[in-house]
Design a protein. Structure first.
Length: 446
């Protein structure tokens, strides 16, 4: 039984009597109070999302989409976090929904226990030690149907299966594995997606306006406009490692981070590489205008408990003025934030490193800088792995003010991999990991 089963039953009763979605989570009074300056970064507040049954959440947005949530609560909103402009309020976004992996005959299968789940933009309010859902916007196609979180293309994306990996599900070209989020001045949203990888422009109410994908992706059958406007080299993204971080610069340009090094020329090269890429996109020009090489720290520096380089990921990028970004390097257990400047002379767009026949590839270079590649310089701001109280798998970072960051974790909807994720009745065996927003005070600011 989930350690939060009692709270879950309490929320079910609220739904039964028609209480609005926005009041289904726990309520409290104020945002975390400011602390006194100190020599070290420290946690000054932590808030937790209450249990909201996933079927109740989904069906309140798009009636009839989820018949059975298999005991799963709303989670996964920690894919990113973006300030709304009001104190304690943030926009967040779910990923593709509850999913896991089960090995069958020696091969891992990707499971979608709640295939009717539709990714959503979720506005939250942090009040004391609680996170409250105050609004939610489903992502829909041009005709108003849910995009779903299902894999897009057979042969390119992981084949989707039922919760126990026994029954194949259909691919869906509309499906999105959403990650980063920013809000434009006109009220629309920009999201990034891991499948394409793609940059997705959606209306203020969640309708996909345009999905920008790599040249040559040949995604057909989608019920919204698809434009091949990104470099073709991105077709070499690792499976389930497309775009994850997204930032909006002061002038309106967007910066997207490829979560992990490309599999170029092959998977082995990508697994061993410490070089990934950032791309700059102009919404006015509807085009990529720059590309940058970004170099990870060694995995043992990011996470002393990890020795597998392929565990390095960029999950969040945050604009901090001018052409400067905070870039989060992480594993599932630890994370470090670096300050990076997007110098004009570091632009590699359209050069040899975008040609997948170049040998050695950018990803194969042991030291790109010594090979003449203008790698982005970076400066460590904070090692979150050394800050007591910061949870694992931080995927979203927001700048609250000069001295304070808000962090949000991805709790994977309480799911784990393997056959033990669900009991004999097909109900979730909850991991006990909650969605939390954690405030961290930096001693020297940004």
């Amino acid at each position: 039984m989930s350690p939060h089963a009692t709270s879950r039953r309490r929320v079910h009763r609220s739904v039964a009597v028609g209480v609005p979605l926005a009041v289904m989570a726990v309520l409290a009074a104020t945002t975390p109070a400011a602390g006194t300056p100190s020599e070290e970064a420290r946690v000054i507040g932590t808030a937790t999302l209450g249990d909201i049954p996933l079927a109740a959440f989904s069906n309140a947005l798009l009636p009839g989409t989820v018949a059975d949530d298999r005991g799963v609560d709303l989670g996964g909103i920690g894919s990113d976090i973006y300030p709304t402009g009001r104190k304690g309020e943030f926009w967040t976004v779910t990923d593709r929904g509850p999913n896991g992996q089960i090995k069958v005959d020696g091969t891992k299968r990707r499971t979608f226990p709640v295939p009717g789940f539709d990714p959503a933009i979720v506005k939250i309010r942090v009040s004391g030690d609680s996170v409250r859902v105050v609004d939610a916007i489903p992502l829909t196609t041009s005709s108003g149907k849910p995009v779903t979180g299902l894999s897009n293309q057979e042969g390119r994306d992981e084949a989707p299966y039922s919760y126990n990996a026994s029954t194949p599900l259909s691919h869906n070209p509309n499906g999105l594995d959403t990650e980063g989020i920013v809000r434009a001045k006109d009220g629309s949203f920009w999201l990034v997606d891991e499948y394409g990888p793609s940059l997705v422009h959606v209306s203020a109410r969640g309708k996909v306006l345009t999905r920008y994908v790599p040249e040559g992706l040949n995604l057909t059958g989608a019920d919204y406009p698809v434009v091949e406007a990104l470099p073709a080299v991105l077709l070499h993204r690792k499976t389930n490692r497309g775009f994850e971080g997204l930032a909006q610069l002061p002038g309106g340009d967007l910066v997207m981070a490829v979560q992990s090094p490309l599999s170029l020329p092959d998977a082995d090269a990508g697994e061993a590489s410490r070089t990934t890429r950032l791309l700059r996109f102009s919404p006015k020009k509807k085009a990529v205008t720059a590309e940058y090489a970004y170099r990870f720290d060694p995995v043992t520096v990011v996470d002393p408990s990890e020795d597998d380089t392929s565990e390095l990921k960029i999950s969040s990028v945050v604009a901090v003025g001018g052409n400067r970004l905070l870039v989060e390097e992480r594993t599932d257990k630890a994370a470090r934030l670096h300050l990076v400047r997007l110098d004009k002379d570091a632009n590699i767009l359209g050069g040899p490193w975008d040609d997948d026949t170049t040998s050695p590839s950018l990803e194969e270079l042991d030291d790109p800088a010594t090979a003449g590649v203008p790698v982005l310089p970076k400066k460590l701001v904070v090692d979150l792995g050394t800050v007591a109280g910061v949870p694992g798998k931080i995927e979203g970072v927001a700048r609250v003010d000069r001295d304070t960051l808000a962090l949000i974790n991805d709790n994977d909807f309480g799911m784990t991999d393997g056959t033990g994720a669900f009991d004999a009745q097909g109900r979730l065996v909850d991991s006990g990991i909650e969605t939390t927003v954690t405030y961290v005070r930096l001693p020297r600011g940004i």
